[in-house]
Design a protein around this ligand. Structure first.
Ligand SMILES: Nc1ncnc2c1ncn2[C@@H]1O[C@H](COP(=O)(O)OP(=O)(O)O)[C@@H](O)[C@H]1O
Ligand SMILES: CC(=O)OP(=O)(O)O
Ligand SMILES: [Mg+2]
Length: 400
């Protein structure tokens, strides 16, 4: 069975094609700058050369059409016909309280995803566009929705409620949902498997640090608390997102700077975080380069970023009354040994003893970066959200 996995963003679309019998990836790629004149499609079929195509891709419908054309391209493709695609799985960021597991997309599911546009204006509309685009181009193929929020539906009310009037929860569902759940789920499973211990017996902190970042306290295999909130803005300092700030800053700044709601939203989501403090970039690679060159703004940005991660680790240690395992994952977590070292070197109170040599190893494999004596085991676990989406999709469609 062949499954296409789609992760649609507002102006981008990432995809992977899987053969589920072997769980092997057949092709992957991304479309960037959808809606612009010069959109970019980067495609790679396994065993063939990567190809980059620049053209005008005005919407997600055209993007999907281009991806399908590329999959059957005589030179760069991997399929002889698009009829070989048996199902399509979508990453849907916000599932609200309606979904605690992945589902087949039907009319009801569509309506629920649409209802959640309000809560995830940057993420759910493009996912819906992706679903509609697949409908238009592959009308008879079953589609599934895999939610970032699903794994976090096990959080207890003391974790997910905000201390504000309760009517806001009952009326508008204002609460913590948490995101990157597919990744937190995957890496926690992998970590337990690697250590040969039942996940149910472990207290784990998973650190998904990419462009967006979140930490999760995984208690006995379930999400107990997580740093992102009603939206993916809360929690850690991120590439361009502020993370936690005093909520009073919002009305204060709106008044002082005469900003609209959409302007303040854009400021906190797109013009804050590493980018704002460093004045250089939202990309951790460039921040670390800046630090190493002696740039003081880059250093301040790095220190704030690291300190805020460490504070969350401390609070989740308190939340679970200790922890046995900590996992680093996603673009920054998997690659930035410099950041991992800064974090771990300042957590010796918890009995973390970094193995500096192991920390510097570059690999795409799961690995331990603490010594044998370390009280807490720290691992680097490459995440694979697309594989989880493919597996869930396979489970949902295989007997249909
Ligand atoms: N070698 C590296 N060192 C430090 N940071 C890196 C490295 N490689 C990638 N990154 C960081 O990973 C981030 C992207 O992470 P990723 O998980 O792919 O994000 P997203 O899925 O949110 O787009 C980049 O912004 C970059 O800062
Ligand atoms: C939910 C979220 O923040 O996703 P990403 O990290 O991909 O932006
Ligand atoms: Mg990501």
């Amino acid at each position: 069975m062949k499954i296409l996995v789609i992760n649609a963003g507002s102006s981008s679309l990432k995809y992977q094609l899987y053969n589920m019998e072997q769980e092997s990836m057949l092709a992957k790629g991304r479309v960037e700058r959808i809606g612009f004149e010069s959109s970019i499609l980067v495609h790679e079929s396994m065993g063939k050369q990567e190809i980059t195509e620049v053209s005008e891709i005005l919407d997600h419908n055209v993007a999907i059409k281009k991806v399908l054309d590329m999959l059957i391209h005589p030179e760069h493709g991997i399929l002889s016909s698009i009829d070989e695609i048996n199902a399509v799985g979508h990453r849907v960021v916000h599932g609200g309280e309606s979904f605690s597991s992945s589902v087949l997309v039907d009319a009801e599911v569509r309506q629920e995803i649409r209802k959640l546009f309000d809560l995830a204006p940057l993420h759910n509309p493009p996912a819906m566009m992706g679903i509609n685009a697949v409908d238009a181009n592959l009308p008879n193929v079953p589609q599934t929705a895999v939610f970032d929020t699903a794994f976090h539906q096990t959080m207890p009310p003391e974790s997910y409620l905000y201390p504000i009037p309760k009517v806001l929860y009952t009326k508008h569902k204002i609460r913590r949902y948490g995101f990157h759940g597919t990744s937190h789920y995957y890496v926690s499973q992998k970590a337990a498997e690697y250590l040969g211990k039942p996940l149910e017996d472990l207290k784990m902190i998973t650190c998904h640090i990419g462009n967006g970042g979140s930490l999760t306290a995984v208690l006995n295999g379930h999400s107990f608390d997580t740093s992102m909130g009603m939206t993916p803005l809360e929690g850690l300092m991120m590439g361009t997102r502020s993370g936690d700030i005093d909520p009073a800053i919002v009305p204060f700044t709106m008044a002082k700077e005469d900003l609209t709601m959409s302007e303040i939203n854009s400021m906190l989501n797109k013009h804050s975080g590493l980018l704002a403090i460093s004045g250089i970039s939202s990309d951790m690679r460039e921040i670390i380069e800046g630090v190493q060159k002696g740039d003081t703004n880059a250093k301040l940005a790095f220190d704030m970023y690291e300190y805020r991660i460490r504070k969350y680790i401390g609070s989740y240690a308190a939340a679970m009354n200790g922890f046995d395992v900590m996992v680093f994952t996603a673009g920054v977590g998997e690659n930035a040994s410099y950041l991992r070292k800064a974090i771990c070197s300042n957590l010796t109170y918890f009995g973390i003893e970094l193995d500096e040599q192991a920390n510097e190893v570059r690999s795409s494999e799961i690995r331990r970066i603490t010594t044998d004596q370390s009280k807490v085991t720290v691992l680097v676990v490459p995440t694979n959200e697309e594989l989880v989406i493919a597996r869930d999709t396979y489970e949902l469609v295989k007997n249909k």
